[in-house]
Design a protein around this ligand. Sequence first.
Ligand SMILES: [Zn+2]
Length: 412
Amino acid sequence: MCSFKHCRYFLLSIYLITTFYVHGQPYDLLLKGGHLIDPKNEIDQLMDVAITEGKIAATGDNIAISQAKKVIDVSGLYVVPGLIDPHTHVFVGSAPRTFANGFSSVSPDDFSFKSGITTMVDAGTSGWRNFETFKSQVIDQSTTRVLAFLNIAGVGMVGPPSEQNIQDMDPYLTDLMIKKYPDIIVGVKIGHYTGDEFTPVQRALDAGSAQDVPVLVECHLPEIPLEVLLERLRPGDILTHAYGRVNDRASILDDQDHLKDAVVAARKKGVLFDVGHGGGSFHYSEAVPATKQGFWPDSFGSDLHRFSMNSGMKDMLNIMSKFLNLGMPLYDVIAAATNKPAAMIKRPDLGNLGIGSEADIAVLKVLDGKFGFTDSGKETAQGSQKLQAELTIRAGKIVWDLNGLSTQNFAN
Ligand SMILES: [Zn+2]
């Protein structure tokens, strides 16, 4: 008896062989001549990628164009797995000045594909009380794959008092919701709690432990020392806003700009560090000393919302470009945007281009020139490279094509 995974590959192979001999063109789409970076499969070289029925059907040095119904020339471009943004606020609705079901969140498809993103993870904009509204209103309506951390606060981010009500932080009901939607809810979030009790963090940890999912700590916990927090987090838990110099959380650096011992110990233990740029949580005064000490991010969460997208953050590709210009190798930048966030949310099926994977792909261009990259303190670093999404493919379908690569030239 074969495993489900092996059976799936076997059936795909039979399908491809049958299609080839019957129709002569087994592939729906062939991306030809690009430089494939697929860190999970340790690929970093020129390689073609073929897609059939929304899945990756083949990767190879020179796949014949005669085998594909449609061929796109992507020479000079990088072909990478569809990007994963692990920190967004996309529970959009009509409530003013509010993230949950509110006007401060944004609609996933409006901002994902144009920056190469095929998966967004919402960072606790909803809690157990309103997750199902979020699901029916946004998740089920989006072409972007939308996953979620569930806020330990029952109503999520409906306004400042909502994340202070400890009585409504119910690990049992949070667990029930995770169990009901295990394919969508990937973890638990705690943040924006201004009291000095550890109970909210503990309840998030209890809920995460019960379902073996990570806890995302969105900092903004001014009365809880960073050292205590990091000590209590488990391997696989995530601290976001890692490079922010803000009032309501401690820095990862000491007074001499050295990484704090607790931060080094936490990373060694397996705690993960997300950028979580947002409108106010990325500062070069933190990022430059930290990265000079080798402290690179595990993921590039954008903290996307109506305000951050119009600030220095802009989009996740802009954040990736900042780190590229700080000296992070392109291969590592792609890993932190693909297979690493996939592993973070325990979805190893995502963020790679292995045969049989869903065909979520970003085709990126590295622009050379003079570019300014602004942080949350309105300080700008100059850079010579910038990433641009030329083509985004979601489940085999072209959902973004900046320069018409997939179309015919207009003939006068
Ligand atoms: Zn956030």
